[in-house]
Design a protein around this ligand. Structure first.
Ligand code: COA
Length: 395
């Protein structure tokens, strides 16, 4: 899971945008002309679109980036006639497929489509107040943040992907925690929309390796992971997880940094790190043995043991389990009552409880990220990811 972080970060910035912006910008000037009543994009429009692309604040997603890449290649080089990359060369294969799919589209049409696509991306970023982020003023694509009853509620909001965490989502969760730390809320809650709490890292992030290579990717991703986990270690108010369904990977490991974990009896807790050639993160290598005892933590973190909600509760990872049919009602009415307690008293009490551990947790966080840097570059990890995608492709 944490490996997704690593790969996600680079997926956003490097492979496509950099290529689009720097490698193919020096095409010869074209003149303005019209066909079939549509004003054709000039070379100037095309260059402006390339510059506009650099101003995008939000990642448009891999699908759009592939489309941009393909249109750029088609506009500047014509139809794809390069050899097909090997099936395990994920990034270049995806790029090649996207370019090839444009068939015999003319360079003019490709240039027009490129300009139109960039224009639609830019205009969709015009600032607008997002109704889903009431209270914070911050807009989120992957989260819904609601402030009510003195509670800041952060909902993971990719239910069709089981709330798998993309790079953008890691960043948005960090931002939402920063906002919640400063706002007037008494408590902060993290939960998920849909039937899953979270399925861990979005494994699609593994397929994006930047031109600089895996080492840079591993280093950069470790920085992102460390920063993400630090937000939980340092969070100054009571932080509560409302686990509305199964939890996988990093959505399980960070639970050791929450103050209360309420779960539906439908929830399960799974950290399949060794299946993925990886190692624990979220400070779980320290918090889990302390919470559940060494031998149980070993079963969970090394041997992929899946815990039911009741097992996780018996082991101390979960505070209380509720029947699924009444889960939402019971939990939110209880949290509403917590929200009426004195804010500063709760915050200072939490800080007293957590302060002595903070320094240690930061050290553990750094060590876990260092180990993951090595794991992400390992053959064990690469083989596990390839195997995941091969299984998915066969379905
Ligand atoms: N990364 C990327 N995509 C994910 C994902 C993840 N972690 N978890 C779920 N998805 C996607 C699926 O690929 C699927 O996408 P599709 O509709 O485009 O095919 C969609 O979410 C729904 O998931 P699906 O697998 O159809 O649901 P399911 O109920 O059969 O299984 C899981 C759910 C979570 C058990 C399964 O998706 C899974 O094993 N995901 C990987 C979990 C994982 O290993 N996380 C990292 C831990 S370290």
């Amino acid at each position: 899971m944490a490996a997704s972080l690593l790969l996600a970060q680079n997926a956003l910035r490097l492979p496509f945008h950099r290529a689009v912006r720097t490698r193919w910008c020096g095409v010869p000037a074209l003149s303005i002309y019209t066909t079939a009543g549509r004003m054709q994009a000039s070379q100037q429009d095309f260059e402006k679109a390339q510059n506009d692309l650099k101003t995008l604040k939000k990642d448009p997603g891999n699908e759009v980036k592939l489309k941009l890449y393909a249109l750029f290649k088609q506009a500047t080089q014509g139809s794809c006639n390069t050899p097909k990359p090997g099936m395990l060369d994920f990034v270049n294969k995806a790029k090649w497929d996207a370019w090839k799919s444009l068939g015999s589209l003319s360079t003019d049409e490709a240039r027009n489509s490129y300009v139109d696509l960039v224009s639609s991306l830019v205009s969709s970023e015009v600032p607008a107040k997002d109704a889903s982020s009431s209270g914070s003023g911050q807009n989120y694509d992957t989260l819904q943040v609601v402030s009510e009853d003195n509670i800041t509620k952060i909902f993971l909001n990719r239910p069709d992907k089981k709330n798998a965490i993309t790079l953008q989502m890691y960043k948005e969760i960090g931002l939402a925690l920063d906002e919640a730390a400063k706002d007037d809320s008494v408590i902060t809650v993290l939960t998920g929309h849909g039937d899953y709490f979270c399925s861990g890292n979005d494994l699609n992030n593994f397929t994006n390796i930047p031109p600089e290579g895996k080492e840079k990717m591993a280093n950069d991703s470790a920085v992102i992971l460390e920063a993400f986990v630090s937000k939980f270690i340092d969070f100054p108010k009571p932080l509560i997880a409302v686990v509305n369904g199964p939890a996988v990977g990093i959505s399980v490991t960070i639970l050791g940094l929450f103050d209360i974990v309420y779960a539906t009896d439908r929830a399960t807790f799974h950290t399949p790190f060794s299946q993925l050639g990886q190692s624990p993160e979220g400070c779980s290598s320290y918090t889990f043995p302390r919470i559940m005892g060494l031998s149980k933590a070993v079963e969970v973190l090394l041997f992929n043991k899946l815990l039911t909600a009741n097992e996780a509760c018996k082991l101390g990872l979960v505070t209380e389990v509720f029947p699924d049919s009444t889960f939402q009602k019971e939990v939110w009415s209880r949290l509403k009552a917590y929200g009426e307690l004195p804010k500063n008293s709760l915050a200072y009490s939490k800080q007293l409880i957590r302060e002595t551990e903070k320094e240690k947790l930061h050290v553990v966080n750094v060590q876990e990220c260092e180990r993951l840097k090595e794991r992400w570059l390992s053959e064990e990890c690469m083989n596990a990811i390839i195997s995941f995608f091969q299984k998915k492709a066969k379905l």
